[in-house]
Design a protein. Structure first.
Length: 339
């Protein structure tokens, strides 16, 4: 190759980049639009999520208050989290909320199954049951604070039913029952959300499957077990994960109703008190990091459980699905023949 030819090739390879020309091109415009739409959300995400988390993680290694000097203590704050009964021990109360979450899911699934079909006044019932989820958690806390107060709404209703006031417990002071009362508040508030998710999943099931199952003599429970439940297992898994992770970070009911007193202080309530009352920012930051790790581990374990423990059920459902398809095909053929 001659020197002139090499010079031409090098000139082509070192062609200068023209931003305006690139920006007017189709690829350039697509890139600019993507960056423009992503810039503000990413800026907000880093400003209000990732940066504060990084600062919180850094604070967890210091003994500090909001104002004043800091002292590096290494892992001492994390050791204190596991040693102090009012810190890690408060997670025991999460078992109440996890149990309540399972009851909440069972009620939501039962009502969703009923309301997914033609029921007189079904839309009104759906609205009433979903309405508590739209109310602020603080407002619900004040409502139930008066609801459970001695001699007020709940006690009055029980007296109408024949119970004596002297024989009724103190719903918010008696440590044998006060956590159950608070869990009932959470169940009342959140089961409407789970119900709506279940209804959306159930209504996506092909209606002809129910008709084919009825022709084969299947009752309502069998339809639920072999048609509805396998079809909505993804939503069931999602609701279980959200409910359990939410139970680990329960805050509104115990904080607003009892201020965490009489043995009702959940992990989140204790963390809030340590951070804002005692101003032990480093210890509270360590508690937050530990809670985040626990929620992450719980989520992974739940996903593994639903992936492996239900593998046999999935294989069975696959075979059942093939049988349902055959039944559905026979049902369609019957309808065509009748037409």
């Amino acid at each position: 190759m001659s020197a002139a030819a090499e010079q031409v090739v090098q000139t082509k390879e070192k062609k200068p980049f023209h931003f305006l020309k690139w920006a007017k091109g189709r690829k350039g415009q697509q890139t600019i639009i993507i960056v423009a739409f992503m810039f503000i959300p990413l800026l907000l995400l880093f400003t209000f999520t990732y940066f504060p988390f990084a600062e919180m993680f850094k604070f967890s290694f210091y003994k500090m208050k909001y104002i004043g000097p800091r002292k590096f203590v290494g892992l001492d704050n994390y050791i204190q989290v596991f040693k102090r009964d009012d810190c890690f021990g408060a997670l025991k109360l999460s078992l109440y909320y996890i149990g309540g979450a399972m009851v909440q899911l069972a009620i939501a699934l039962y009502l969703a199954t009923i309301l997914s079909f033609k029921v007189k006044g079904g839309s009104i019932f759906k609205g009433f049951m979903f309405f508590p989820y739209l109310i602020s958690g603080i407002a619900i806390g004040f409502i139930f604070k008066f609801f459970y107060t001695r001699g007020f709404v709940f006690d009055t209703v029980l007296q109408w039913c024949g119970f004596e006031l002297e024989n009724l417990p103190y719903w918010l002071k008696d440590q044998r029952i006060n956590n159950i009362s608070l869990v009932a508040t959470s169940v009342w508030r959140y089961f409407g959300q789970n119900m709506v998710l279940f209804i959306g999943a159930i209504m996506s099931v092909d209606a002809e499957l129910y008709e084919a199952a009825e022709l084969d003599g299947a009752n309502k429970f069998q339809q639920f077990r072999y048609i509805i439940l396998p079809s909505i297992k993804t939503i069931v898994t999602l609701n279980v994960i959200l409910s359990i992770t939410g139970s680990l970070s329960a805050f509104d009911p115990p904080y607003v109703i009892t201020k965490g007193g009489n043995g009702t202080g959940t992990y989140f309530v204790i963390m809030n008190e340590i951070a804002h009352v005692s101003q032990k920012v480093g210890l509270a930051s360590a508690m937050a990091v530990v809670l985040l790790i626990i929620i992450f581990i719980a989520t992974i374990l739940q996903k593994l459980f639903f992936k492996y423990a239900m593998r046999d059920a999935e294989d069975e459902n696959t075979g059942a699905g093939l049988r349902r398809e055959k039944k559905l095909e026979r049902y369609r053929n019957r309808r065509k023949g009748a037409a």
